[in-house]
Ligand binder design. Structure first.
Ligand SMILES: [Mn+2]
Length: 424
């Protein structure tokens, strides 16, 4: 489903008067708002191919209908999101769920929608049809060299696929770990994983990055071979300058101080990217900003401060991606909400009075420091995001337009009610 410019223009025209009143009020309250507009426009959040369908849980799956049946339809869905918000300009693929048949045609289709290919994701957490060895007891850490070799070759194949598409990063998440004490020699598991990662790293093109994602638990519940940021950092430090840690917000133990982790990884120059989602209990993969928006803001506060300290480009020097699963919402509506929440937290962090905060910190003025952060967090910056969208040619209210156009009904008519997105 392609969205015409005139459709967006008509929608914006209908909301323009109210929008102008809101943005004028915001400008009178927060003088610096226009300074951050270009930064907001530049920040693009990648959409993972696996978030476009209904995820389900291990108890069941309730399809919403009209899900993309092919890689082409996944690209069309992300293209639609991008047309609505001009903030989702790339798609992240998962191999083997999204193996392109004709790379040139896929690249052309993506370009027609204004999309790039974000990080490529390998998959050794499940067995692929026809493979020689099973990953039941792990992949890159496996006790059997032949299994490790198979997993390494899969990752190298994912790099090859990504090169064809113009991607520049390989994202690795391992389910490797153990379920019971005594199952695994931790040190040997680490050393096997390191050796495997080194072989993958050696196959990276010069302008590529490797992101190593950690996760505290699940599917293994006693130990994880890349279970936390310390373990990931050990690996990437040993691998070399093209290797970075990737932070998935849901992959921490309860109450972990993620903003502090982010700050220190940035300090070490080892923070490569993000998988955004939200959670109340564990790796819940809920809509970003739906449960703990203040934590999201605090993370962005450290990101902005830390990236500026290293003179990094906010938009280019970090991988921004959503990694969520949608069980009860329309996946496309959910993704629009997540992107909005991410950019809202970013805008709030950009408008923190950094000089005043530094002074408060230097004077141990704890109450003042809290006031400064919360003043920014509690300022309603939604009109600023709308203004950035307006200027970029996107919809003033993407979710409202999505509903007015009955996009889901159109997709169900086109694709049917029982279509299941590949990989889910
Ligand atoms: Mn993730």
């Amino acid at each position: 489903m392609q969205l015409h410019r005139s459709t967006i223009a008509d929608h914006n025209e209908s909301l323009l008067k109210d929008h102008q009143r809101r943005i004028q009020y915001l400008r009178s309250e927060v003088p610096r708002v226009d300074e951050v507009l270009p930064l907001l426009t530049d920040l693009q959040v990648a959409i993972p191919s696996w978030a476009l369908g209904t995820g389900g849980t291990r108890f069941g799956r309730f399809s919403g209908g009209g899900e993309p049946r092919s890689l082409e339809e996944k690209i069309e869905d992300v293209g639609l999101l991008h047309a609505l918000n001009q903030s989702s300009g790339s798609i992240s693929l998962h191999i083997p769920w999204d193996v392109p048949q004709h790379h040139a045609a896929i690249r052309t289709l993506a370009a027609q929608h204004g999309l790039l290919f974000d990080a490529m994701n390998s998959n050794t957490f499940q067995d692929h049809p026809g493979q020689a060895y099973s990953y039941k007891f792990g992949s890159l850490h496996h006790v059997d060299k032949a299994v490790r070799k198979q997993a390494v070759e899969h990752n190298i194949e994912v790099i090859r696929q990504g090169v064809e598409l113009g991607s520049k990063a390989l994202s690795i998440w391992l389910s490797d770990g153990s379920n019971f004490p005594g199952q695994l020699n931790f040190r040997k598991a680490f050393q096997n994983t390191l050796e495997s990662l080194q072989e993958i790293y050696a196959a990276l093109p010069a302008d590529w990055k490797l992101w190593l994602e950690y996760k505290a638990f699940e599917p293994n519940f006693y130990s994880g071979t890349v279970a936390d940021w310390g373990q990931s950092l050990l690996f990437v430090n040993k691998l070399g300058p093209k290797a970075f840690t990737l932070v998935d917000l849901g992959h921490h133990l309860p109450n972990a101080n993620i903003e502090q982790i982010v700050s220190l990884l940035l300090m070490e120059g080892r923070l490569g990217g993000f998988h955004f989602n939200d959670s109340k209990y564990g790796d819940d993969d809920l809509t970003t900003g739906s449960i703990r928006p203040y934590q999201l803001f605090l993370i962005f506060n450290e990101l902005v401060e830390g990236m500026d300290a290293r003179h990094m480009s906010h938009s280019r020097d970090m991988g921004w991606m959503i990694d969520a699963s949608h069980n009860v919402k329309d996946p496309l509506e959910d993704l629009l909400q997540s992107v909005e929440a991410i950019k809202l937290a970013y805008a709030q962090a950009l408008l923190v009075d950094r000089k005043a905060l530094q002074e408060a910190q230097a004077q141990n003025d704890v109450a003042r420091a809290q006031e400064i952060l919360q003043a920014s967090f509690r300022t309603d910056l939604r009109p600023l995001l709308a203004e950035a969208r307006l200027q970029a040619g996107a919809a003033l209210d993407p979710l409202q337009l999505f509903r007015q156009l009955h996009v889901r009904n159109s997709l169900i008519k086109e694709r049917g009610n029982t279509a299941v997105a590949t990989g889910l």
